[in-house]
Design a binder for this molecule. Structure first.
Ligand SMILES: C[S@@+](CC[C@H](N)C(=O)[O-])C[C@H]1O[C@@H](n2cnc3c(N)ncnc32)[C@H](O)[C@@H]1O
Length: 333
């Protein structure tokens, strides 16, 4: 068993792994390995990047230990992940977004004592920083969006209309439109994210999707959607604001239609559940004014208050443990 001292040292230096990853991206090392499309010698890497081969070797060996790279018997290295698994070419930019959050984490004690008047999220959601942010979110939800869309199709069958509140990068909408060839969608998000969607959604999705610039807490959309999705949005807000967002989502959905809340796992009845994403909840406490990761039970209670019934929790198995809370709009309160 690991000693207390060893455990404390391991925890106190865990940040080194993040720094190695950021450094490898900023040096162009990972991009170069991706571009090689096959195993590459460390000396060739160092030569191309004009870097000291010994330093590159140590960095590469760290990345091997961190299970990002693998080394063949001839010493050449390549990514463990196949290139086709990487969605687009935004890998580095998306990951570096985490580096920008470092300031909040390193000042955790101060932030917990006195939350900032202006949060990181306020800044990101209302500026050009939204691009790097949504690249990161899209990357991290690449498999999950497909799994959620498959689940929704299985559970609720074909749909004609879908509203994606806080839909941002549009991946969830895209997956659902792929599975419902006649359906149309609306993505409702803040202006910066809608700008991102306008410039990145492919033509097939765009031609069937209305983009609405609005605030999830304040919109008055009444288009009787078959399905309304609110994925990874509620965690940015206080309990009162979460309720408003759910209530507006329910009011936009037709009677008998479906509401889907996608979120990371937080099961209040089982605090010992290792899948409960406490680190993420802490991230939201640091990055937003009043946000935290709501529990499944809180969401269910809010949905019920808004007139939603037949509520079930579905576990999503993709890399970050998450759930979909799905219910049917029985009345609109
Ligand atoms: C974590 S991302 C989630 C994107 C997508 N729904 C997903 O699950 O991958 C949060 C999204 O919510 C949007 N958002 C934040 N505050 C909002 C608000 N008040 N009204 C509408 N959208 C908001 C952001 O612009 C961003 O697109």
């Amino acid at each position: 068993m690991i000693t207390l001292q060893a455990n404390v040292e391991r925890l106190a230096t865990a940040y080194r792994s993040s720094c190695i990853l950021f450094g490898a991206i900023e040096l162009g090392l990972l991009e170069e390995i991706i571009n090689q499309k096959g195993p590459v010698a460390i000396t060739d890497l160092a030569g191309t990047l004009n870097l000291d081969p010994h330093k590159v070797q140590t960095l590469v060996h760290c990345l091997i230990q961190m299970e990002l790279l693998k080394q063949a018997k001839n010493g050449k290295v390549e990514l463990i992940l196949k290139e086709g698994d990487l969605p687009g070419h935004s890998f580095g930019q998306g990951v570096l977004n985490y580096k920008h959050e470092f300031e909040e984490w390193i000042n955790l004690a101060e932030q917990v004592k006195a939350p900032p008047v202006q949060s990181r999220e306020d800044e990101v959601f209302n500026s050009e920083q939204i691009t790097a942010y949504l690249e990161m979110v899209k990357l991290s939800n690449f498999d999950r969006a497909k799994e959620v869309a498959d689940l929704l199709t299985r559970e609720i069958g074909p749909i004609d209309t879908v509203l994606d509140i806080g839909g941002g990068h549009g991946l969830y909408t895209q997956r659902l439109l792929e599975q419902n060839s006649k359906a149309c969608a609306c993505i409702l998000d803040l202006p910066a994210a809608i700008g991102y969607a306008e410039s990145t959604l492919n033509e097939q999705v765009k031609s069937r999707t209305k983009l609405i610039k609005n605030d999830a807490r304040a919109h008055n959309t009444r288009e009787d959607f078959d399905l309304t999705m609110i994925n990874d949005l509620l965690h940015s807000f206080s309990a009162e604001e979460k309720f408003l967002i759910i209530q507006n989502g329910v009011r936009a959905t037709k009677l008998g239609g479906w509401i889907c809340i996608g979120k990371y796992q937080m099961d209040a009845d089982h605090p010992e559940n290792q899948d409960n994403n406490l680190f993420f909840s802490l991230k939201m406490i640091l990055n937003s004014k009043n946000g935290y990761l709501e529990s499944n039970q809180e969401v269910i209670e809010m949905l019920e208050k808004c007139g939603v019934g037949s509520i079930s929790i579905k576990i999503i198995k993709s890399s970050i443990p998450s759930v979909v809370i799905l219910g049917r709009v029985e009345e609109r309160k």
